[in-house]
Design a protein around this ligand. Structure first.
Ligand SMILES: [Zn+2]
Length: 293
């Protein structure tokens, strides 16, 4: 599609840390948006080079030797199942889990210069012109992966920089997205899943760490997307990450598919920045483009 055509098109850009994050956080929202004609753009900060091979069937030397290429292909497969129009890599190396040696690799996202990383994202935002940007919240105590924390920092900076005509002039005229959302794993969803495991006589993967965790400000649900017609897409997309997701994982697939798809058919978001100038904000938004003409 040429650029002039794209200028008037609705576009959502999601910014994730690793291949597979796009499949666990909001895949059905993107699937539905894509089906309704919205252009959907995925930006992945790293190549996932430090990912553990969690599928025992693929935990062999050949997989380890080629993990970067394999994960790249897995991401393309998942993005295609979800319905993404375009995938970009920001070009950084996976920083590994908190406290590991890889945190200090000069190529890692963790060590990236914030200005430079913001510039890479601004270049994509100005090219794609999304009205809606989705990424990660400010409080990430529950999963303090350095790349997830950096993803948040970079998106906050880039959301400001891209609208500033004095910044990154080499990437064209400024463009300001109107909304910045954070993906949320709603407490209600976790509680309902936990109760369903128990009701079916299954071991719940959710322990007190999950169940008693207070909900931080940037995870308060402002926006709830009904994904009941596309709930299955999360499973399909996760399974595309063959090395990262164990098809027998109790965490992801412990509930029968029809039960899981129906027990909480929503994906939740926190609207962090809203530049739409709406006169009234709904109590709970049900459309990411609410307030955008
Ligand atoms: Zn991740």
């Amino acid at each position: 599609m040429d650029k002039s055509k794209r200028d008037g098109t609705r576009c959502i850009l999601t910014f994730h840390a690793h291949p597979d994050d796009e499949s666990s956080k909001g895949p059905a929202t993107i699937h539905l948006a894509s089906k309704s004609g919205v252009r959907t753009v995925l930006v992945c900060a790293t190549g996932g080079e430090e990912g553990d091979i969690l599928n025992p069937a693929l935990n062999v030397q050949e997989t380890k030797d080629n993990l970067a290429d394999i994960r790249r292909q897995e991401l393309f497969d998942a993005a295609s199942a979800i319905g993404y129009s375009q995938v970009y890599f920001l070009g950084y190396r996976d920083s590994g889990m908190q406290g590991t040696e890889s945190n200090n690799n000069p190529l890692s996202f963790n060590m990236a210069d914030l200005d430079e990383a913001s510039g890479r994202l601004v270049e994509i935002i100005r090219k794609e012109k999304p009205q809606v940007v989705i990424s990660y919240g400010n409080e990430q105590q529950s999963y303090p992966h350095p790349d997830h924390i950096m993803t948040n920092k970079v998106v906050l900076r880039a959301f400001e920089d891209t609208g500033d005509p004095t910044k990154f002039t080499q990437f064209g005229p400024s463009f300001q997205p109107l909304k910045l959302y954070f993906t949320v794993w709603a407490k209600q969803r976790i509680l309902e899943m936990h109760e369903t495991y128990l009701r079916l006589g299954l071991d719940s993967p959710f322990d007190s760490r999950w169940l008693e965790r207070p909900v931080p400000e940037s995870e308060k649900v402002t926006t709830q997307i009904d994904i009941s017609s596309s709930a299955h897409i999360r499973r399909e997309a996760l399974l595309a990450h063959k090395t990262q997701i164990d098809p027998n994982s109790k965490f992801w697939f412990g509930l029968p598919p029809d039960v899981l798809d129906n027990l909480y058919p929503y994906e939740d978001y926190h609207l962090y920045k809203d530049l739409t100038n709406r006169k009234e904000l709904p109590d709970i938004e049900t459309d990411l483009f609410d307030g955008i003409l």
